[in-house]
Structure formats: C-alpha cells, structure tokens
Design a binder for this molecule. Structure first.
Ligand code: CA
Length: 229
C-alpha cells in the first residue's frame, strides 16, 4: 500500500504535535499548518489523502478553507474538528464540503477510525480505468496497455505509474515520489525513483515510438506524466 499523506491544520501547537506524533506512529506521513491561510497554501501545493481541519483557526476558519478548496475543485477528503457540537454547526460543516466531523475532545482511536472511513470512500476516479492518450491503467485488474498492447510492469512500476496517472500534470521531485510510492521501504536508495522512472519510460514511451511520449522530466525539478499535446 502507498503511504497515506495527511495535512493537519490546527493552531493549538500542543494538539497539532500530539496529532502529528500519533499519526506518524500509525505510518501516516503528516504535514502540519497552524492557520487557515497556510493550510490552504499546502492543500493546493501538495497532494493529500485527507485533511484534518480545525474549525476555529487564525486568518481563515476551517469552514472558509473547506469552501475554498471545494470551489477550486479540490476533493481531498476533509475531517472537520470542532469544539462546537450543535446540529446546526455540524450541518454548516457538511454543507461547506467537509466529509465528516469530530467534536473535541475526542479519543485518538475515534480519529483514526474516521480517517480510515473518509479515505476509504471511493473518490470520483477510484474505480474507473485511468487513461492518458493511448496509455490505459486498470487499477482493478492491474492491467496496463499502451496503444492496445499489454505491458508487463513490476509491482513498483505499476504503483509509480498509477500514482503519476492519478496526479496527472503535477510535477513531483524524486524525493516526493520516493516518499509517496515507496513509503518507509528500507531498501529504497536516493536514486530509486529516478531509476524506476527510467524503467517506466522505456516501457510506456520508448517502446512506442509512434505514440506521443507521456513521461516528462522537468529539468532540475522532477517528473510529470501527461499534459502537453
Ligand atoms: Ca483552533
């Protein structure tokens, strides 16, 4: 399984640290922002599997952050944390686009259960076949084809390709890819992602000279799939 990456937006340092430590102990990768503005910046800059968002935040409230993300077409699952425990507020949170809601104080295992539930929910693209140009990846049957021809990929090549196809046109550094696809694999070396990008490029692009190349290297920065026609 790929490492799940979470964003915690919480202004109380003590709670933020407690959440970060606890979630990291459960093998999540955790970024923390301490106000709504910083939370939004991170949510737009990175790809997260879920956002744990406090309601009362400096600069922008959790509700505003939620609304803004949804307006911009960002559908990352959001768990809203709040000291408020009234039905009207709960409804307000859900209407703003939050996926679930947890009242403070909460038990850590309750938080874990909610995170699992919202990240398990199928995203719009989750069950569907991923397509980019003539490259097709089926996450259910684990088949990959290019121009109708079936490709033999290793498990890691498949995971890397799936990650890039799910996050089309976003540029990832080798370090980002290692973190997301290899997680805490002890066998991972500093150049592992780079090496696997090379393997993938041979299989999906170089082997198909009549098709347009899909994997691009952004020199000095990283890698991306798709885009330019
Ligand atoms: Ca707060």
């Amino acid at each position: 399984m790929m490492g799940m990456k979470l964003l915690v937006v919480e202004d109380e340092q003590r709670i933020a640290q407690y959440l970060k430590k606890g979630l990291e102990a459960k093998s999540y990768i955790v970024d923390v922002a301490h106000d709504g503005e910083a939370g939004l910046d991170l949510a737009f800059a990175e790809v997260y599997d879920a956002i744990i968002l406090d309601w009362m935040l400096p600069k922008r409230s959790g509700i505003e952050v939620c609304q803004r993300l949804r307006q911009e077409g960002n559908h990352t699952p959001i768990l809203l944390l709040t000291a408020k425990d009234e039905v009207t507020e709960r409804v307000e949170g859900l209407e703003a686009g939050a996926d679930d809601y947890l009242s403070k104080p909460f038990a850590f295992i309750e938080l874990l259960a909610r995170i699992r539930a919202i990240t398990r929910r199928p995203k719009q693209t989750r069950e569907t076949v991923l397509k980019e140009d003539s490259l097709v990846l089926d996450p259910i049957s684990l088949q990959v084809t290019r121009a109708g021809e079936s490709l033999a990929l290793s498990k890691k090549e498949f995971s890397l390709l799936e990650f890039l196809m799910r996050n089309k046109n976003q540029v990832f550094t080798a370090e980002n890819l290692t973190e997301r696809v290899w997680e805490y694999d002890s066998a991972v070396l500093p150049n592992t992602a780079q090496v696997f990008i090379g393997y993938l490029r041979k299989k999906i692009d170089l082997a198909f000279p009549n098709e347009s190349p899909l994997l691009r290297t952004i020199r000095g920065f990283g890698y991306t799939l798709g885009g330019k026609k």
